[in-house]
Ligand binder design. Sequence first.
Ligand SMILES: [Zn+2]
Length: 358
Amino acid sequence: MPRLPPDDSSGAIPDFPVAPRTGIVIEQHGGPEALRVRALPPLPPTPDLVRVRVTHVALNHLDLWVRKGVPGHSFDLPRIPGSDVAGVLLDPAGALPVGTAVVLHPSWGCGTCAVCLDGRQDRCKAFRIRGENTDGGCVTELAVPAWQVLAIPPHLAPQEAVALPLTLLTAWHMLVTRARLGRGERVLVQAGGSGVGVMAIQIALIYGCEVHATASTPERRALLEGMGVRAWPYDAIGVREVDVVVESVGEATWAGSIRALAWGGRLVCCGATAGPDVRLNLRAVFFKQLEIVGSTMGSTGELLRAWQEVTQGRIRPVVDRVLPLSRIADAHAILEARGAFGKIVLEQDLSTARPEST
Ligand SMILES: [Zn+2]
């Protein structure tokens, strides 16, 4: 494949070398064909930011929603997708020198409102998720504030570490903060092989919980059992009276989730990959004194706390496969067909991809 011709960089500042960039851009919602390879202008000189050469991006369900659109919700387009990003520092970031392998915080608040100053950025009215409300990591190079950089611990490769931030933060906030997980409780993780599922399982195991999880096929259930949990088909959950259910599926699993809860149980929900319209028998809610709790992302401090579990080796990434970033459309199709156990990671190859003309 031919390399990109140099972009119009005539305004380059000598001590801030600029390079043409290539990225995946969603200009209109649609199928996988909506993911277009585009030549992009170089990063502008922004000395208050640090530049990162992107090496890997991990897919999340959020990427599918940004591409497809969500009824009743508007995304600002065009948008470069990609919430989970790994790369190499091109500028020093605090104590981290040039060349350090890093991942990026996937979300942040305004930093000045009351909830942000309380450390609850996920409730900030200006909350931002990379790749949804701002441009993401499906690009050769980007620039971020230095605080958004997290060093990858030496025992993890970038293609592993990139699988962590968004789902780790989501699962941590669900279980630790929203469901107030207690030591030794019984936990059911619906869709245990999903990105959030494999993180929730590991967090619950750290808490010494008895962990159950669901998956669609014997192969996926065997992988779950290898993580130290009891695995069940969706339609034959063989455990009742669990204290906490982790829900991210919605319509297809909701009834089973409610049935599985013990008196005083908590259902914590972060998504509805199979649809949001569920039936709820209120008798179960009041007789069993259930709590149904919503959860979205988490705070910056929660990710730092969860990252300590990563650096100490107690939480491991689960990577289904690594594909070239130029094959992002194939990756979307696999995720959409629920064909991945854990995360699909995309490896940077856009500098050799041929950008499409408009
Ligand atoms: Zn704020």
